[in-house]
Design a protein around this ligand. Structure first.
Ligand code: GAL
Length: 384
């Protein structure tokens, strides 16, 4: 038990007389939470941006599930602006939040806020993205981010026919020209996605089956600041100009996130590829993705994008709520990984969820039958 949690438990035991004093202000959180009724407790939920529909869904899911459990919720989005997120978290603390759920924009930028949270005995749950370089983060809920990368690398190889869908060796031997994209370097996840993907595809680069024609095989070269679609589009355009102006074709693109994939696909379409993976003579390359964003699911249904890695944000929200409830009731949440996520200061106990690769042929089973998207939304490429 961390000293903070010991204090939380101790506080819970001693706080009987304090509850009902009205709370508010730093110091009212965490320590007296265990004896309070849920409706007297406020949870601050800090999300990065509303420009990506996944974070909107995450925010809504967490808020709805916490409210259903009776808690008050202060949900804030920060427009991918670090000072805005810092200020929002500061405000949550001064307004007396009893617990924080934080999906950081920059995983290293929140140390002073989290020190203030620790000083006020406010438990902090890191949501999907690990908060780094501080001991003041109590728990991490996410997916198995290394496996996301493995899934993306595998989907690239499968789409090209190097592997069969069951993972066995396929008949295609290439050589295939591929280009590699990574996420935002200030997001811890970007490194896990990249590592998992590169561990999967590197042997095929070494054997000559895959050729990265641009030579850009370092994460720094492949990175996309703030996961911006436009930045990925621009880099793909630059790659086409610099490395494919000799008539050679791109056959595959490793992309770690659907928003980037859409930018990459736009650049390829503008250069005459596609419209679909089957189109002749210039087929759309095999493009991977992540998040099963609705616009991209439609692209997969239409045979334009090859795959996405589906992470069910409803389940992630559920884990965040389970962990939050545990803390607020004076308990410790259950971790299923206590080794992988070293944030630079300590290993943060984590609960990791599994992921599923979605291709055209399992959209129905994984996304529609599970109620994540309706068939109508997939057909329109828009959520209702
Ligand atoms: C990551 C997250 C991905 C994707 C990306 C861009 O942190 O794990 O699922 O959403 O951010 O938003």
């Amino acid at each position: 038990m961390s000293s903070k949690l010991r204090m939380t438990a101790l506080g819970a035991a001693l706080a009987v007389g304090l509850v009902g004093c009205g709370g508010g202000g730093a110091g009212s959180g965490g320590s007296d939470a265990a004896d309070a009724a849920p409706e007297d407790l406020t949870i601050g939920v800090a999300m990065p941006t509303q420009t990506s529909e996944r974070w909107i869904a995450d925010g809504n899911n967490v808020k709805e599930q916490l409210e259903a459990a009776g808690y008050q919720v202060d949900l804030q989005y920060a427009n991918d602006d670090i000072p805005t997120q810092s200020q929002q978290i500061d405000q949550m603390i001064t307004e007396g939040a009893d617990l924080l759920v934080v999906a950081a924009i920059d995983g290293t930028a929140l140390s002073s806020q989290l020190q203030a949270a620790a000083d006020a005995n406010i438990p902090v749950i890191s949501y999907d993205r690990l908060i780094r370089d501080t001991e003041n983060v109590d728990f991490y809920v996410s997916f198995d981010n290394y496996k996301v990368g493995v899934a993306q690398g595998t989907a690239l190889l499968t789409g090209l026919g190097v592997l069969n869908p069951d993972g066995s060796q396929g008949t295609a031997t290439g050589p295939f020209n591929v280009e590699l994209f990574a996420g935002s370097l200030d997001d811890n996840n970007a490194h896990f996605f990249w590592q998992g993907a590169m561990d999967t595809i590197q042997p095929h680069i070494d054997s000559g089956v895959l050729v990265v024609k641009s030579g850009q095989t370092d994460i720094e070269q492949a990175a996309t600041l703030r996961w911006q679609q436009e930045t990925a589009q621009k880099r793909m355009e630059d790659l086409l100009t610099s490395s494919y102006n000799d008539g050679s074709k791109v056959n595959g693109v490793l992309s770690p996130y659907d928003g980037l994939s859409r930018g990459i696909i736009t650049a390829l379409q503008n250069a005459g590829y596609g419209p679909t993976i089957d189109a002749q003579p210039n087929p759309m390359p095999i493009v991977t993705g992540q998040d099963a964003e609705i616009a991209s699911v439609k692209l997969i249904a239409d045979g334009v994008q090859s795959s996405t890695v589906f992470k069910d944000t409803r389940l992630l929200a559920e884990q965040a709520v389970t962990a939050a409830t545990a803390y607020l009731e004076g308990n410790e949440p259950e971790a299923n990984d206590t080794e992988t996520y070293d944030n630079g200061v300590k290993v943060v106990p984590s609960y990791l969820l599994p992921v599923v690769t979605v291709y055209q042929d399992n959209i129905q089973a994984e996304l529609i039958d599970t109620g994540y998207w309706t068939a109508d939304e997939v057909a329109k490429g828009q959520s209702d």
